[in-house]
Design a protein. Structure first.
Length: 294
């Protein structure tokens, strides 16, 4: 994957070095280090330059990010991809259930990264897989993939600073209160590499929810996160007495469905390069709809 960026230097940026200019345009030190590694990845007026080069008004600064090989340890595997949006910098997908985002034990050839690498391999494009938001194997819905190092760095920083607003749809057992906030810290369960638990010494975790519907002994809720702890929604809903059905770790009740009833429904964020406001929604999948059907 290759992506170029072009900047025309204005009066206010004249006198700044290339490195200072790039830092002010959200290039991380890692991005700048990448650009310094080979001739021609940073040019001013078409000439290769170093990052300490002072810029003048009307200079044309260009940077180039190139992925020459695909992600290591991610085999290319053909699989259907539900593409919601794609441009030069991002790919937004609707992820299916029973599909981890990254290779993991037992899913080395059945994960989202496999399919995305294959999608670009068919186009003759090497691709490094950079997932911005991560959801569990059995959580369905919207996932953002960065298509180059710069968009990945900017969106990664947005995730850390809560600049990507994530809203989920969850089905819980019982009649959930109309709305509420759950503020309970989460930590690792001792002796387990996978499970988490409510732990007063754990990391702060805050979940907001609003009940949308009650049907057949279950509630449909809109859930938003202030924090992004592992298994946060699943643990918090169980903590208030309304676990998700079919949660293999925290509520293995498979009477109404075969996977935990959680869906990444809505993502709102600024485009990493154009700064356009983006909003994507993906309707509830059929297996979750059936839980609520009369």
């Amino acid at each position: 994957m290759k992506r170029s960026f072009r900047y025309e230097i204005t009066e206010k940026d004249a006198g700044k070095t290339v490195g200072t200019f790039l830092l002010e345009h959200e290039y991380t030190p890692t991005c700048i280090k990448f650009l310094k590694k080979a001739a021609g990845l940073i040019t001013v007026n078409g000439v290769w330059e170093f990052v300490n080069k002072p810029l003048k008004e009307n200079d044309i600064l260009e940077t180039v990010f190139v992925d020459e090989e695909s992600s290591e340890n991610v085999p290319s595997v053909e699989m259907p991809l539900d593409i919601v949006y794609e441009d030069e910098d991002i790919l937004v997908l609707n992820k299916a259930a029973n599909l981890p985002i990254h290779p993991t034990k037992g899913y080395e050839y059945t994960n989202l990264a496999n399919g995305v690498v294959h999608y670009y391999e068919k186009q003759g494009i090497p691709f490094v897989f950079r997932s911005v938001n991560r959801i569990d194997k059995d959580t369905t819905g919207l996932v953002i993939i960065a298509k180059n190092m710069l968009s990945g760095s900017i969106l990664g920083e947005a995730m850390r600073n809560r600049g990507i607003h994530r809203t989920y749809l969850a089905i819980t057992e019982g009649e959930l209160p109309e709305r509420g906030t759950i503020d309970l810290p989460i930590g690792r369960r001792e002796g387990s590499a996978v499970e988490r638990c409510i732990d007063e010494n754990g990391a702060k975790a805050v979940t907001h929810y609003e009940r949308l519907r009650v049907a057949k002994g279950h509630s449909l809720a809109k859930v938003s996160l202030e924090t992004g702890r592992t298994h946060q929604i699943r643990l918090h809903m169980r903590a208030i007495g309304h676990p998700l059905p079919a949660d293999v770790l925290y509520n293995p009740n498979f009477r109404v469905t075969r996977r935990h009833a959680l869906h990444s429904w809505k993502l709102e964020f600024l485009h990493p390069i154009t700064k356009e406001k983006l909003c994507f929604e993906q309707e509830l999948p059929e297996d979750m709809k059936k839980i609520l059907e009369d």
